[in-house]
Design a protein around this ligand. Structure first.
Ligand code: GLY
Length: 362
């Protein structure tokens, strides 16, 4: 088991990573003061699989778990579902000492986090991510959000959890596609921030793909450490934290132009990382070889690195909705693996040229 602190002044918290973490949650959770109830936000399949050990652990701390069921996936991240959960808290007279627990994937975490940050102007949140994406990225760092019809994650807050419990056993039953999606985020950390992790993944990704808990624990903990340090340096996403968006600019644009019904987030950012590597090479920022290395890594992790792309105009339009957009396209690019840089002078023509090279229609 590994414990990683996210050192934010006045709001530090620990992320516990390992096998069997949920069953022993009672000892891993911090002091929770006078909380008497924990409102556990989860979709039905996740609740069926993992609510029991969590409730038992909370009961051992004299906290009663109350389940609030939400839809699976992006359907949870709507203003309607958000309002429904707030009203469930109010009708059950949840008070400010009570807890909200996000049990599930990134979408559950984003919704539950937004609820926790706004109910009675903020109650404490515990993140219990049960997907690889959640464990290595979404559950750490306090970003919360719901989607608006106009775009993804457009309403949200920063609300740090008081604890994050990452039980790698929950990954054993993850759908293959969801595991691979999470591996795209793992590849992001490896390519931008952790060359030792990159070496590990390049040497032998098989144990990860087989969901062996020991290497999963090592890899999740490495990603959590990279994320914790980045969030501590820039909690509000003003500069350094943008690096965590490597591959996400075009990734988000793909998801958006596919109506969130095509590639998963991880599949989209895999293509986004290939795009970013090609762009870095095309500008002479990175030496040739970065794209080939990126592509090799992603393929070894079972991810597609090419495939149908939306027309260039659609991707360019979607880029303008990116939260990093400031009159100009902003991208995280690599000078070399492990050396990311935020670049804000990329023209639409450059973007279009790389997209066309990747097979998009003009
Ligand atoms: N997922 C990127 C971040 O938390 O900043």
């Amino acid at each position: 088991m590994e414990r990683v602190t996210v050192p934010i002044t006045g709001r530090s918290y620990d992320v516990v990573v390992g096998s069997g973490v949920l069953a022993r949650a009672a000892e891993h959770l911090p002091e929770l003061g006078s909380a008497t109830r924990a409102f556990v936000v989860a979709d039905r399949p996740v609740a069926d699989a993992w609510l029991h050990p969590l409730s038992e652990a909370l009961a051992a701390r004299r906290i009663h778990a109350v389940l609030l069921v939400v839809p699976s996936g992006e359907e949870a991240k709507t203003l309607d579902v958000y309002a429904t959960v707030l009203r469930q808290l109010a009708s059950q007279e949840a008070h400010r000492d009570d807890l909200v627990v996000a049990l599930g994937g990134g979408t559950t975490g984003d919704l539950a986090g937004f609820v926790a940050s706004t109910y009675m102007r903020g109650v404490r949140l515990i993140q219990v991510p049960t997907t690889l994406t959640g464990q290595v990225d979404a559950a750490i760092g306090g970003k919360t959000a719901v989607n608006l019809p106009e775009g993804k994650n457009l309403a949200g807050t920063f609300h740090q959890p008081v604890a994050v419990l990452c039980d790698v056993d929950t990954l054993a039953t993850l759908a293959d596609r969801d595991l691979r999606s999470g591996l795209a985020e793992v590849a992001k950390y490896a390519l931008t921030l952790d060359l030792e992790l990159l070496g590990m993944l390049e040497r032998d990704p098989a144990p990860l793909l087989q969901r062996d808990p020991a290497p999963l624990e090592v890899v999740v903990a490495r990603c959590v450490r990279a994320k914790a340090a980045t969030v501590a340096a820039d909690e509000l996403d003003l500069d350094r934290r943008m690096i965590l968006n490597y591959g996400h600019t075009v990734g988000h644009a793909l998801e958006r132009s596919e109506g969130y019904a095509g590639r998963t987030h991880g599949e989209a950012i895999a293509v986004g990382m290939v795009f970013a590597a090609r762009l870095a090479e095309a500008r002479g920022l990175a030496s040739t070889g970065v794209t080939a290395r990126t592509t090799r890594l992603l393929k070894a992790l079972g991810l597609e690195t090419e495939g149908a792309l939306p027309p260039v105009v659609d991707v360019l339009a979607a880029l303008k909705m990116d939260k990093k957009f400031r009159d100009r396209n902003r991208f995280v690019l690599l000078q070399a693996v492990g050396r990311p840089l935020v670049v804000d002078d990329v023209t639409d023509e450059e973007v279009a040229a790389v997209l066309r090279e990747m097979g998009a229609e003009a």
